[in-house]
Design a protein around this ligand. Structure first.
Ligand code: CA
Ligand code: CA
Length: 395
């Protein structure tokens, strides 16, 4: 039997392009239309252009789609399992994209006239699968004796190239509505964050602050934002590998590109952040040019081996991990932040030093970035391996 697609003319919902908040990738010419097929029910065809010349297999985009069935009232993430095509999840190339969305009848989308769609993209760094030297221990210990013994192996994952920005976070606050979760008054501090809350018009960014990292976010705020994107926080192991690189920078499958400094102290190597009067990250004080936070990517020449920026300094970053020792078992206790901040001495921006914070804590020195795992099975394997290691250390 021949399968024919019938294109319904002008069956086009209200179209929103993503707001031009900083560090979302630029997306244009978004078009959606509904097509009826004889066999598989209606589908929605989504087309758009991703306009970023820097997107590549090693520095791909993470693209996520959110929709509203009631003309912008409530929004939901469209799960990747419902999508086919070349324009969602990890996207390694710019240009024209086409996504087919199946099963819209089953989730109650019968009238595309009320359908709105938002597509957003985040620049990521690719961290290939393989071994790396992990030198931190749970709860901020360090183990210099483990030099030269790469015993930590992680599957491939992708991590945000930049810390989550105020511009991105404000977009999230506005879409998630008026329940005020995710917001606290301290975020209005114009020098350390810069989100303006207007009871009539929602949230806006203090002009000029769009590219600064969002601060005053609790662990829960960070986790909720990332769930909204379809991402999650990095484990400490993932964070540390993104920072110093695996034994092979192209991964253990290829093994062509040896990491010249697999035990590096900083993302760029072993030079101190201010060695030779060159400033390589934003740490305490103004000599590096930034008395408080800096726009993300300000030190992009000193990024990690995977091109990930500001892992050292600027804002300290929440990780998924709980601080766990035999004395803390069973407590929904502290989470670990890594990487030092604009209030840390230069040496504390290294690959190992961390701090513990209660998950409800929010402060001007803590932010976050997201991770996308390449395959759910891989997630379970890698994560369980890490949990197992932790349990060994804790016993
Ligand atoms: Ca500084
Ligand atoms: Ca940082």
């Amino acid at each position: 039997m021949e399968l024919r697609a019938v294109i319904l003319p002008l069956a086009i919902g209200v179209i929103f392009c993503n707001p031009s908040y900083s560090k979302w990738l630029e997306i244009s010419n978004l078009q959606i239309r509904r097509e009826a097929t004889e066999l598989a029910g209606p589908k929605i065809l989504i087309e758009y252009n991703l306009n970023d010349p820097n997107i590549s297999p090693t520095s791909p985009a993470y693209i996520f789609l959110r929709c509203s069935k009631d003309s912008g009232g409530k929004w939901q993430l469209i799960g990747a399992e419902a999508l086919h095509g070349n324009g969602f999840d990890i996207v390694a190339k710019s240009g024209h994209k086409q996504v087919i969305w199946w099963g819209t009848g089953e989730i109650g989308i019968s009238n595309v006239a009320n359908l709105e769609l938002r597509i957003r993209g985040i620049e990521m760094g690719r961290v290939p699968a393989g071994k790396f030297v992990m030198k931190s221990l749970p709860g901020m210990g360090r183990d210099e004796s483990r030099n030269g013994k790469p015993d930590s192996d992680l599957p491939m994952f992708y991590i945000g190239k930049y810390e989550t920005t105020i511009g991105m976070y404000v977009d999230y606050l506005n879409e998630t509505g008026s329940d005020k979760s995710g917001w606290n008054q301290r975020m209005s501090d114009s020098g350390r964050c810069g989100i303006i809350r207007d009871s009539n018009s929602g949230y806006s960014v203090k002009p000029g602050r769009e590219d600064y990292p969002v601060t005053y976010v609790s662990w829960y705020d960070a986790a909720n934002f990332l769930e909204w994107c379809g991402l999650r926080l990095p484990t400490e192991a993932e964070w540390e590998k993104a920072y110093r690189g695996g034994m092979y920078l192209d991964g253990d499958d290829a093994k062509r590109l040896l990491n010249p400094i697999p035990e590096r102290r900083y993302p760029w190597g072993n030079e101190k952040p201010n060695a030779g009067g060159v400033y390589r990250c934003n740490y305490d004080g103004r000599e590096d040019g930034f008395p408080q936070t800096a726009p993300v990517g300000s030190y992009d020449k000193f990024s990690s081996p995977y091109g990930v920026c500001d892992l050292a300094g600027n804002v300290s970053e929440w990780t998924l991990d709980w601080y766990s020792t035999p004395y803390h078992v069973g407590l929904d206790g502290f989470r670990v932040v890594r990487g030092g901040s604009w209030m840390a001495v230069p040496a504390a921006c290294d690959a190992i030093t961390g701090a513990t914070q209660l998950p409800l804590k929010e402060s001007s020195i803590m932010g976050f970035r997201g991770v996308r795992q390449a395959g759910k099975t891989a997630l379970a394997v890698g994560y369980m391996r890490w949990i197992t290691r932790r349990q060994k250390w804790g016993s």
